[in-house]
Design a protein around this ligand. Structure first.
Ligand SMILES: [Zn+2]
Length: 409
């Protein structure tokens, strides 16, 4: 075996051990570097020998040396998965082919793999994708995608323009899907949630403004124009300090206008530009709103930690098709995969997630306990799986599908 792949696997094992720490501590809002690892049951600090990935778990037969409590098999499994991912990346991008110049690009992929694994674990545990991990990952891809070629280094990522447009378009597509799904689940009525200072209505408005911006723009400038115009929506709303655009243009009216705008543009042969604009507008607004919400969440959490009582969450909640965490994660997928690769990833995620969900419901029904909680399965892990598969085989899958269409026509 290539010693470089072996080295990558060992690195993956070690980082996998740290990934367990990340997944355990980030949702709890604890530092990921301090204090050193301890047994979650008896709080005994672990010796270096107990920190050896997989091996220490196997030697101790899955029990803590101090309190004899079971240690979940998840820990070694995560370490092995991490090793597999790292070895896979090293196989895809062999050092012999990329040379030492390729090491920064490889490091970026390793970091992305670890953060993707962290997202999966945290979503499985908490059914949310943490903003901190998500935006770090997105920042890493956008920054790395720009810096590597700029420094003359080989980059395993898409050309930068595709990274940016992929992130925005994918986020926009997922945001609109979430808005329409939520509207259907509310049976067409307006939201109960107050949308102050920024709400989903601004994401919808971003889509409309982006669509119009793209139609007014010069040919070929649909995406940047839409991004620029729609970015103003949340910024203006924030500066005005309130979100009461709602009486003026209710969300359901905007969502109703979007297909009309698209169809009208199609009559003028501008459907492509309109769609680009709508998706770009929704994506840009969703990302800006997401960043603002993240900032507000952090401030609220800090206030709560200082003992100032946060306002109790008494607001009425509307049903949602899927969480906005998945929408923000779509930006990461789009940045890594580009637009077409993102579509392949979502399709694979929906198919595998649905197959698993049905299978699981059948088993649960046989066992006789189908709770409301059991019906809900986090979508994030499936999106990560789809992302990995699309990153590895997206192009062959797309080619195969296109041949299929060609053969059918
Ligand atoms: Zn213990």
């Amino acid at each position: 075996m290539d010693p470089f792949i072996l080295l990558a696997a060992v690195l993956g094992l070690l980082v996998g051990s740290f990934t367990n720490v990340l997944a355990y501590r980030i949702p709890a809002g604890r530092s990921v570097v301090h204090p050193p690892s301890a047994c979650p049951t008896c709080a005994r600090r672990l010796s270096p020998a107990e920190l050896i990935p997989v091996l220490s778990w196997a030697v101790q037969r899955g029990r803590c040396r101090g309190c004899q409590q079971r240690i979940s098999v998840r820990y070694p499994l995560v370490e092995l998965t991490s090793a597999g991912l790292y070895a896979g990346i090293a196989t895809l991008f062999p050092l012999a082919a990329v040379g030492t110049d390729g090491l920064p690009g490889l490091a970026l992929l390793f970091a992305a793999a670890t953060l993707l694994l962290t997202v999966t674990l945290i979503d499985l545990d908490t059914k949310t994708i943490p903003d901190g991990v998500n935006f770090t990952l997105l920042g890493l891809l956008l920054l790395g995608g720009y810096a590597l070629p700029a420094l003359g280094l080989p980059s395993p990522l898409l050309p930068w323009a595709h990274t940016v447009s992929g992130a925005v378009l994918a986020c926009g597509a997922m945001a609109l899907l979430a808005l329409y799904a939520a509207l259907l689940l509310r049976r067409g009525r307006e939201r109960l949630d107050p949308s102050v200072p920024l709400g989903y209505v601004h994401v919808a408005l971003g889509a409309l403004v982006g669509g119009i911006g793209a139609l007014i723009a010069q040919p070929g400038l649909a995406l940047p124009s839409a991004a620029l115009v729609s970015a103003a929506v949340p910024v203006v709303a924030l500066l005005r300090g309130r979100a009461h655009l709602t009486p003026l243009l209710p969300e359901r009216v905007i969502l109703g206008l979007l297909p009309v705008a698209l169809l009208s543009a199609a009559r003028w042969g501008r459907a492509g530009d309109a769609l680009t604009g709508i998706l770009t507008g929704a994506g840009t607004a969703a990302l800006i709103c997401g960043l603002v919400w993240w900032f507000l969440d952090r401030r609220a959490a800090a206030a709560a930690a200082r003992g100032e009582d946060a306002a109790p969450d008494t607001a009425a909640h509307d049903p949602e098709g899927f969480g906005f965490g998945d929408v923000k994660f779509a930006a990461v997928m789009g940045a890594l995969l580009g637009g077409p690769g993102f579509l392949v990833a979502v399709l694979l995620a929906v198919m595998s997630g649905a197959a698993f969900g049905v299978f699981r419901l059948i088993i649960l029904r046989r066992a006789g306990h189908v709770t409301r909680d059991a019906r809900e399965i986090p979508f994030g892990p499936w999106l990560v799986l789809g992302t990995l598969l699309s990153f590895l085989w997206g192009q062959p899958i797309l080619n195969w599908y296109l041949t299929l269409l060609g053969a059918g026509a």
